[in-house]
Design a protein around this ligand. Structure first.
Ligand SMILES: [Fe+2]
Ligand SMILES: [Fe+2]
Length: 166
């Protein structure tokens, strides 16, 4: 992923979040509509696989762009993954209404909230500016001199900073 430009990486995250939201919706609909265990397992395993891959990709990009709060974001990802794995175990052990409700509550609650928060955090303008400031600060504190490089954000705004993703 690091070989792509920052704007490609950010739109990749947008696509992944939309796809993740789609998996969640489909699984919740199945759970609410009395799906068979095999249908549930297929969708749940697909969601877990997609989630794990997304978390890895997102953490890599957050590290690449020097995000503040990466470690706490990683801990949140771990908690969400562990909760999902635990709920999977429970529902496979006891495929009843109570476990279905718990899984829907988690998916529509904490899990969905995290997707929305991530989508907002990756909003192009916001991230570009934040990234530029962080790079500017690193450039100054590293003692480098000379003109700061500049690059254009998705919205066409020119900002100072080192665009390391290209
Ligand atoms: Fe995310
Ligand atoms: Fe995240």
């Amino acid at each position: 992923m690091e070989q792509k430009s920052m704007s490609d990486n950010i739109s990749g995250m947008e696509t992944q979040h939309k796809e993740l939201g789609g998996h969640v919706k489909s699984l919740c609909n199945s759970l609410k509509n009395g799906c068979a265990l095999s249908d549930l397992t297929g969708k749940l395993d697909k969601l877990i696989e997609f989630t794990d891959a997304h978390f890895v990709d997102e953490e890599k990009l957050m590290r690449l762009y020097g995000f503040d709060g990466l470690e706490s974001h990683r801990r949140t990802h771990k908690l969400l993954s562990d909760s999902l794995a635990g709920l999977r175990e429970n529902i496979l052990d006891n495929f009843g209404e109570e476990e279905k409700k718990k899984l829907v509550a988690f998916l529509e609650g904490d899990f969905h909230d995290h997707i929305i928060e991530d989508m907002q955090a990756w909003e192009r303008g916001e991230i570009s500016k934040k990234f530029a400031y962080q790079r500017l600060h690193k450039h100054e504190s590293s003692g480098q001199s000379g003109d700061m490089p500049a690059y254009a954000t998705e919205s066409g705004q020119i900002v100072l900073g080192v665009h390391i993703a290209d």
